[in-house]
Design a protein around this ligand. Structure first.
Ligand code: HEC
Ligand code: HEC
Length: 506
């Protein structure tokens, strides 16, 4: 235990001093694992021996993995990459983090991923509110994205351009929900449930819209550990799908047809494993790799075009005020917005450094697993069948990661690690009111979530942050998770609290 405390202290200092961190990384070269195995059970190593950081401070989500720490060169690249995630991009034409716009969703990743975690529950949608991790999901009656807007609609623009959506016209209203039990546990304790109702005024949208459209919110997912998730072999994902299929769960089968696997530029194809929608199959072409381009509209050598729709380019190029302000014709403005040959604003080196940082983020180690209440909660979590979807552990493969030849050979690897994300990486339908688009939602990893309040200032849960605590998150479970919720509901208050304590510890 003493050894662990020393390590913890080192990590805390490490977060404060990059130079010291290099020193620690070097001194660790001869002793890569200062914690003796007999001291801690394997479940403390949430991200495996190669992917776990023993740090429970407000910097817990920001730590490099031991693999990065052990390599001074990689550590430098990690710190450079971190700068692209944390700092604002600018509309400057050259220099560091230039090229923001002409339209953007945000000017920095960190605004949406406060403290590297999930976004906060918000009362309003403003792109500049720190912690507003909401993406607007604007869809038609069949839940298809409205094609006049990008899938991640922008509310920011560089003048004279107008944003596709003017955010003053976005309204978020939080409504009360009463469930089939009248929001009361059998033992008399009550809880409250709220959910968002979102509308966007037609006049606030600067592209022609269909007669019907509706709006949902999707909140940010944490970043740490996504490198470890990338190292899980596709075969293991497919085996998990087949196992749950055999158990009779309702699954999103279309996602698991090989012809629907996600095709990458390096010729490989993979089942989805990231995002609520399982829309991304590798970290190298994952939500982060895409966000650095489509959140900011900063071009790079393999994406020399804007994240913009033809409907938007048409609307802007036909706008007389914009033509006058730019002194350009409709055709010139349209050609600029829709060009496929723009200069690259982010260099390949900078992009690769971002990906070193991305794949290099450690998972915070579990805490308090030996506490009797936590042990009791764990017992109940397993007994109630939560683990049917929140699969406790996975083992990574050889981790010859794929997805993008540009970064191949430069990123940290995590072969043969036992990791504890508590997710099956499959989608279920929890059947909640104003549900996520299509109703299909990936089981969210539970690792590290107990540190959310400390690291991000907010401890909300679920895809739109409607649950203000763990208890509410569980009470929103329906569909195939109804049976497990029913068991949780009928636990004693002490046992319910023990379950929450367990969730806070992993
Ligand atoms: C508009 C706010 C916003 C910004 C800015 C943003 N993200 Fe996200 N991020 C999200 C949302 C929302 C999700 C969940 C989306 C989904 O499931 O489709 C997400 C998901 C992710 C995930 C997926 C985690 C998982 O387990 O699937 C990663 C990784 C990620 N973002 C990285 C980044 C990086 C890197 C940046 C900056 C380049 C960034 N994000 C900027 C909102 C944002
Ligand atoms: C049928 C599959 C299934 C079962 C069984 C299940 N869950 Fe979930 N769980 C999910 C899915 C899917 C989500 C994501 C829902 C969303 O974000 O809207 C989720 C989300 C959660 C979250 C919120 C995660 C976050 O931070 O956003 C918690 C906490 C949770 N589950 C706990 C439990 C507990 C405790 C049990 C057992 C009583 C349980 N779950 C049983 C599928 C399941």
């Amino acid at each position: 235990m003493i050894k662990m405390t020393v390590r913890q202290l080192a990590e805390i200092l490490c977060a404060m001093s990059f130079l010291l961190c290099i020193a620690i990384a070097c001194s660790e070269g001869s002793d890569p694992d200062p914690i003796a195995e007999e001291d801690l059970s394997e479940e403390y190593y949430t991200g495996g021996k190669l992917g776990t950081a023993f740090n429970a401070t407000s910097f817990a989500y920001e730590q490099p993995t031991p693999v990065v720490e052990a390599d001074a060169d990689m550590m430098v690249r990690f710190k450079i990459g971190e700068g692209f995630f944390e700092n604002e991009f600018t509309t400057n034409a050259s220099g560091i983090r230039s090229g923001l716009g002409p339209v953007s969703v945000r000017s920095s990743c960190l605004t949406c991923h406060p403290g590297y975690g999930h976004g906060k529950r918000m009362e309003r949608y403003r792109a500049k509110d720190y912690g507003n991790g909401y993406l607007l999901v604007v869809i038609d009656q069949n839940d298809n994205y409205v094609p006049q807007l990008t899938g991640m609609p922008q509310t920011q623009a560089v003048p004279p351009f107008l944003p596709p959506i003017d955010e003053s016209g976005i309204h978020i209203e939080w409504k009360n929900h009463t469930d089939q039990y009248g929001n009361i546990f059998p033992d008399g304790e009550s809880y409250s449930l709220i959910y968002p109702e979102v509308t966007i005024d037609r006049e606030a949208i600067n592209v022609p819209m269909p007669d019907f459209y509706k709006v949902r919110l999707e909140a940010t997912i944490g970043l740490y550990g996504t490198g470890l998730i990338d190292a899980i072999p596709d075969d293991s994902l497919i085996a998990q799908y087949e196992l749950e299929k055999a158990r009779g769960f309702t699954l999103n089968d279309a996602k698991y047809r090989p012809e629907n696997f996600i095709k990458e530029v390096d010729g490989t194809s993979h089942p989805g494993r990231y995002t609520y929608g399982l829309s991304r199959g590798t970290l190298q072409n994952g939500p982060g790799a895409n966000a650095i381009w489509n959140i900011t509209n900063v071009t790079r050598s393999d994406r020399r075009y804007h994240y913009i729709t033809a409907a938007y380019a048409t609307a802007m190029s036909q706008n007389a005020d914009i033509q006058a302000a730019l002194g350009q014709t409709e055709q010139e403005i349209y050609s600029y917005l829709m060009s496929r040959e723009l200069p690259a604003e982010m260099s390949d080196k900078d992009y690769t450094d971002l990906m070193v940082w991305h794949r290099g983020l450690a998972v915070p180690a579990a805490r308090n697993l030996d506490d009797p209440a936590v042990k009791r909660g764990k017992e109940k979590f397993y007994e109630m069948g939560c683990i049917a979807c929140h699969r406790p552990s996975w083992t990574t493969g050889a981790d010859d990661y794929s997805g993008d030849p540009m970064v191949k050979g430069h990123l940290p690897r995590y072969p043969h690690q036992k990791i504890w994300p508590y997710t099956d990486l499959l989608q279920h339908r929890l059947e909640m009111v104003n549900n996520i688009r299509t109703g299909w939602c990936r089981t969210m990893p539970l690792w590290g979530r107990g540190l959310s309040e400390k690291c991000t200032g907010a401890g909300e849960h679920l895809h739109d942050m409607r649950a203000r605590n763990y208890n509410e998150a569980i009470m929103w479970h329906g569909g195939d998770a109804q049976f497990a919720k029913e068991k949780y509901r009928t636990l004693s208050k002490t046992d319910r609290e023990a379950v929450v304590k367990f969730l806070e510890s992993i």
